[in-house]
Design a protein around this ligand. Structure first.
Ligand code: WT7
Length: 684
C-alpha cells in the first residue's frame, strides 16, 4: 500500500547545504552512479576500497563468489578468499605506522559518573592490544579458538576484541546485561575456555556484579561437562568503600565510583587483568589470516528460542564496516563521533569498534545511561566533547522526548552535523523531535536499517545527498540489492508492500551460523529460494523509498533488542505452576514493543502477585532483565485451532484490546476469546 501524499511522514527534508558541500556524495545523481557501479561491477568497486587496506598476500582472480540458491547446492558467500590480512593491523598499526595517527585520540571514555573520564590514543591502544594479545597467548589461546568477552563499556573491551583479532582468535562478546544462564549457554555453544570480565560496573545507581554472574555461569558450564581454563578480570571498581558512602557520592556526582564487591576468587583460573598486563611484552606480530577466516561470533535471538551464533569474517566485514562508516556518517578527519550502543550488540561491534577505527576516527565511548545523573546526559556529553556525529536508538529518543526540550536545549549542540538512528522503525514524531529539537534543524538524520546478520547498514540515507522522509530508511547502500516479495515469492515491482529480501551478497554479510550451517540455510534462504530473507516486512512508496514495517516472524523488538517469543515462553514454562504460555508483542510508547504474556496455570495453583514476581524473576534469570514481560495475563485457556495450534494472531489482538478478529472459523473454542477480553490485566 502506498503512503498518502501530504502525510507528515511523506514530507521531504533536504540535506543541510553545509553538510552537502563537504560530503563524499553530494547529489542523488552521484549516489545513483556509484550505486550502479557497486552492483554492476562489484569487483572493481570493492577492490578500490580494499586497496586502501593492507593485505599480506593478495590472490589474483576471482574477487568474490556466492550461491544464494539452496536448490543448486550449499549456500555460501566469499569475498577475497585466498588473500590474507589482519583486522587489528588494519585498525591500529596501519593508522599508527603508515598514516602517522599515533597521537590521535581513538576514544574519549566517559564513565557512568560525569567526573570519571579518560582518553586513549591510537598508539596507546596498539600497545595495550599487543600486550593483551600476549596475555591471551599465555593462557593458551590459539588461532581460531573462541574467546568469551563479558565486559561493560570500558576501553578494555576494545583492547580485548582487537587482541583476539591480532592473534587470529574469534571473539564472542556477550552483552553485560545477560544472565548467568544466557552467558553459560553462549560459552557452551562456542566451547570457550577463556573469558574476560570485570569485577563489576555501575549502571546509573545500580551495581552489576559481573564476576559473580560469571562464576554462576561457570557452575552451569561445569554441570554440562565443560571446564573453563582462565578468567581475566578487569578491576574496574577500585579500592573498597562502603556501599552507603558510595551511593552518597554518586548523588553528589563525585569521582570514580568505588565499592568493594568482595570479588569471589578461584586462584586456579582467575587472574587480574592489570597484573597480567604488567608482566606482558608489548611486541606481538599479527597473525595473518585468510580473508574468509572468522573474526567474531555474535549471538542473536532465533525464532526457535536457541540463540544463533552469527559469524562474521575478516576481509569482507572490514571493507563493509569501514565503507558504511565513512559514507553514512560522512566521516572526515576532525569529526568527533559518538555512538551510544553497547559493544554487546552488533551496533557496538561495527560502529563503536571496527568502522570508526578502520577510518582512524575519534569516538566517544560512554559507559553510563542516558538518564544518569540527569536526563540531559547525552546532550551534555555532546557539548563537552563537541560531538559532530551522533548515533542512537529510537527507544532512547522517545524516552528522552518525554522529559521535555529544556534538558536538550540547555546544552550547546551547535557542533552536531549528523544524527543517526538504529534498531527499530523510528516513528515520525520521534524523528521530527530528533531533527527539530536535538538537531536544531541543522543536521541530517540517517535512519539506518540493518541487522546483526548484515554486519552493517543495508538501507540508509547518505547525509549529504538523500532527501529524507521521517520514518523511512530510504535507499540501499552500495552493493545491496533489495526486493519485496509477495506471499508466492514473486517480486513486487514499483510501489507495494511485502517481505524484504536481498538478491545479492555484500562484503559484510554473515557467512554462517557457528557450527550450524544448515540452520543458516533454513533460517535465511529456504523461505524464498535464491534470496536472503531478512524476516522484516517493508513498503516501497511511489518515489522508491523503503519503509521497514517490522518483523514478519515470531521475533519482537524491545528497545532495539530482538527477542523471540519462544525464548521467553521457554523461561516462563519452567515455573512449576505454569501449564501453558504464549507471548506476543504489545506496542509501548518508549520501548517500541514490549512483551505481553498469556499464562495458563496448572490445577491447584493460584495466580497472585507472588507468582507474578516469580515469573518475571524466571525470565530475568534465564535471559536478562530487558526481557521481563510488561504484562502477565492469567487465563484458563488459549485460543487454538482444531489441530491444536495456538492462534497468535488472535492473542495479539486481545493484547491490544482490538475487537476486529477477522475470520474465526478455524478456532476450536470461541468461548476462550470472550474470557480473554474480560480478564485483560488491570495495569494496561
Ligand atoms: C532487526 C535487527 C541493526 C543493529 C541493531 C539491531 C530491526 C533495525 C531498523 C531500522 C526499522 C530496524 C529490524 C531488524 N531494525 N534497524 N532502522 N528501521 N527496523 O540488530 O538485533 O539484529 O535486529 O532490528 O526488525 O530485522 P538486531
Amino acid at each position: 500500500m502506498a503512503s498518502k501524499r501530504g502525510d507528515v511522514s511523506n514530507e521531504l527534508y533536504l540535506p543541510n547545504k553545509i553538510i552537502q558541500e563537504n560530503a563524499f556524495v553530494k547529489t542523488m545523481d552521484e549516489y545513483r552512479k556509484l550505486y550502479k557501479r557497486s552492483v554492476e561491477s562489484p569487483e572493481i568497486f570493492w577492490k578500490e576500497i580494499a586497496d586502501e587496506f593492507y593485505w599480506k598476500t593478495e590472490k589474483k582472480g576471482k574477487f568474490f563468489s556466492y550461491n544464494f540458491d539452496i536448490s543448486k547446492g550449499p549456500v555460501y558467500v566469499e569475498w577475497m578468499k585466498g588473500s590474507s590480512t589482519n583486522t587489528c593491523y588494519n585498525l591500529l598499526d596501519r593508522n599508527v605506522i603508515e598514516k602517522g595517527f599515533g597521537d590521535r585520540i581513538a576514544y574519549y571514555w566517559e564513565g557512568n559518573d560525569p567526573d570519571d573520564h579518560a582518553t586513549i590514543t591510537y598508539k596507546e591502544l596498539l600497545r595495550n592490544v599487543c600486550k593483551f594479545a600476549n596475555v591471551l597467548k599465555g593462557k593458551g589461546v590459539k588461532k581460531e579458538d573462541c574467546v568469551a568477552i563479558y565486559l561493560p563499556m570500558i576501553m578494555e573491551v576494545v583492547v580485548a576484541m582487537l587482541a583476539c583479532s591480532r592473534i587470529g582468535a574469534i571473539h564472542s562478546v556477550i552483552f553485560g546485561g545477560f544472565s548467568a544462564q544466557s552467558l553459560a549457554q553462549r560459552i557452551l555453544d562456542a566451547k570457550c575456555t577463556v573469558l574476560i570480565t570485570a569485577d563489576g560496573v555501575w549502571r546509573g545507581t545500580k551495581l552489576l556484579n559481573l564476576k559473580e554472574t560469571v562464576d554462576e555461569a561457570y557452575k552451569i558450564c561445569k554441570e554440562n561437562g565443560h571446564h573453563m581454563k582462565a578468567s581475566i578480570v578487569v578491576k574496574h571498581l577500585g579500592p573498597p568503600e562502603s556501599k552507603e558512602d558510595h551511593l552518597k557520592k554518586i548523588t553528589q556526582q563525585a569521582k570514580r565510583p568505588v565499592y568493594d564487591l568482595k570479588t569471589p576468587w578461584n586462584p586456579d583460573i582467575d587472574c587480574w587483568w592489570h597484573e597480567e598486563m604488567n608482566r606482558a611484552n608489548d611486541i606481538c606480530e599479527p597473525e595473518w589470516v585468510d580473508a574468509e577466516n572468522p573474526l567474531f561470533i555474535l549471538y542473536t535471538s532465533g525464532s526457535t528460542g536457541k540463540p544463533k551464533g552469527v559469524v562474521h569474517t575478516t576481509g569482507g566485514y572490514l571493507l563493509y564496516a569501514a565503507t558504511t562508516f565513512k559514507y553514512v556518517f560522512d566521516y572526515h578527519p576532525g569529526d568527533i563521533y559518538f555512538c551510544t550502543a553497547d559493544v554487546g550488540w552488533i551496533t557496538g561491534h561495527t560502529y563503536v569498534v571496527y568502522g570508526p577505527l578502520a577510518q582512524g576516527a575519534t569516538s566517544v565511548m560512554f559507559e553510563g545511561l542516558p538518564f544518569h545523573p540527569h536526563p540531559g546526559r547525552y546532550w551534555e556529553i555532546i557539548d563537552k566533547y563537541r560531538v559532530t556525529k551522533f548515533y542512537t536508538a529510537p527507544t532512547a529518543v522517545r524516552a528522552l522526548m518525554k522529559y521535555g526540550d529544556s534538558h536538550v536545549t540547555k546544552y550547546d549542540r551547535s557542533s552536531l552535523k549528523i544524527l543517526g538512528s538504529v534498531g527499530e522503525p523510528i516513528n515520525p514524531e520521534a524523528w521530527l523531535w530528533y531533527h527539530k529539537i536535538v538537531g536544531n534543524e541543522q543536521c541530517s538524520i540517517v535512519d539506518t536499517f540493518w541487522q546483526t546478520e548484515t554486519g552493517g547498514h543495508v538501507l540508509t540515507p547518505l547525509p549529504g545527498c538523500t532527501p529524507t522522509k521521517p520514518g523511512s530508511a530510504t535507499f540501499p547502500f552500495f552493493g545491496v540489492v533489495p526486493a519485496l516479495l509477495n506471499d508466492e515469492g514473486k517480486e513486487i515491482q514499483g510501489p507495494g508492500e511485502g517481505y524484504l529480501v536481498f538478491k545479492k551478497p555484500w562484503p559484510g554479510m554473515m557467512r554462517t551460523i557457528y557450527k550450524s550451517h544448515e540452520r543458516f540455510e533454513t533460517t535465511y534462504f529456504e523461505k524464498f529460494i535464491g534470496y536472503y530473507c531478512t524476516g522484516d516486512g517493508a513498503r516501497r512508496d511511489e518515489d522508491g523509498y523503503y519503509w521497514v514495517t517490522g518483523r514478519v516472524d515470531d521475533m519482537l523488538n524491545v528497545s532495539g533488542h530482538l527477542l523471540s517469543t519462544a525464548q521467553v515462553e521457554s523461561a516462563l514454562i519452567e515455573h512449576k505452576a505454569v501449564s501453558e504460555t504464549a507471548v506476543v508483542s504489545h506496542p509501548h510508547s518508549v520501548k517500541g514493543e514490549c512483551l505481553y504474556a498469556f499464562i495458563v496455570l496448572k490445577e491447584g495453583y493460584q495466580f497472585n502477585s507472588d507468582v507474578e514476581k516469580e515469573l518475571r524473576a524466571k525470565v530475568r534469570s534465564k535471559i536478562g532483565p530487558f526481557a521481563s514481560p510488561e504484562f502477565l495475563h492469567h487465563t484458563s485457556g488459549l485460543p487454538k485451532t482444531r489441530s491444536g495450534k495456538i492462534m497468535r494472531r488472535i492473542l495479539r489482538k486481545i493484547a491490544r484490546n482490538d475487537r476486529d478478529l477477522g475470520d474465526l472459523s478455524t478456532l476450536a473454542d470461541p468461548q476462550v476469546v470472550d474470557e480473554l477480553y474480560k480478564t485483560r490485566p488491570k495495569n494496561i
